[in-house]
Design a protein. Structure first.
Length: 223
């Protein structure tokens, strides 16, 4: 079985190690590579059934980073390196600290992620912070947001969907957690002040907007 391609989450974690480790001594025996290899094996992004025997081994992880670093510094792309490495590196060029915050948030919530399950389609894989933090965000929105008394109108566009879709019962508005993705804590329960009530359209736009908007700034998605 061939080794499956790296995901966005894995590339974020790996590039964070590359940025902040001592590159002169980074090899398959260094503790940074060993720790990264162990972490990638613990995270449930890739199903066990899809993993080969040497899945994300120390040698494999180190090889990806070494080849990436060598080719990227020359402005080239190594065919043996996952394209996601180059995409993430270009996206966060000059923003290493921001990448580090994302990697740190993934690590901080690692115990939660170990119990998470993903379907055949990795929901949120195109989320800038990766599928893991997207999954955590949605879990917290559902877990804590369902206890929130929702407004009658979307707090962004002010539409009242219950009035628009009168024949159809139910509350069409959703609760959006405004806490920045990199500050999420899986063990914390979020209060009403951390949420806003939005329609599905505005909710989708808020999830795509960067930088992540606070509760006070959420209305800025409208022109």
């Amino acid at each position: 079985m061939a080794n499956i391609s790296f995901t966005r989450d894995e590339a974020i974690l790996a590039l964070d190690v590359l940025h902040f480790a001592d590159k002169l001594r980074l090899n398959k025996e260094s503790h940074e590579i060993a720790e990264l290899s162990e972490l990638l094996n613990e995270l449930p992004i890739i199903p066990l059934s899809a993993r080969c025997e040497n899945f994300r081994s120390k040698g494999g992880v180190n090889g990806q980073l070494s080849k990436f670093r060598s080719s990227y510094n020359k402005g080239k792309k190594d065919p043996d390196v996952g394209t996601i490495f180059y995409e993430v590196a270009d996206e966060f060029d000059g923003r290493k600290d921001e990448l580090h915050k994302i990697a740190r948030a993934i690590r901080k919530n690692c115990e939660f992620f170990k119990t998470a399950t993903f379907g055949s389609e990795l929901e949120g894989e195109d989320f800038p912070e990766g599928a893991l933090l997207y999954h955590l965000h949605r879990v917290l929105e559902t877990r804590d947001g369902r206890k929130i008394v929702r407004a009658e109108n979307c707090e962004i566009c002010h539409l009242n969907l219950s009035e628009i879709y009168k024949p159809t019962p139910g509350n069409f508005l959703q609760c959006h957690l405004t806490v920045p993705i990199t500050e999420l804590n899986s063990s914390k329960h979020y209060a009403a002040d951390d949420f806003i009530t939005v329609c599905p359209n505005c909710h989708t736009v808020l999830h795509r907007n960067r930088p992540w908007l606070t509760k006070d700034d959420a209305g800025k998605i409208l022109f």
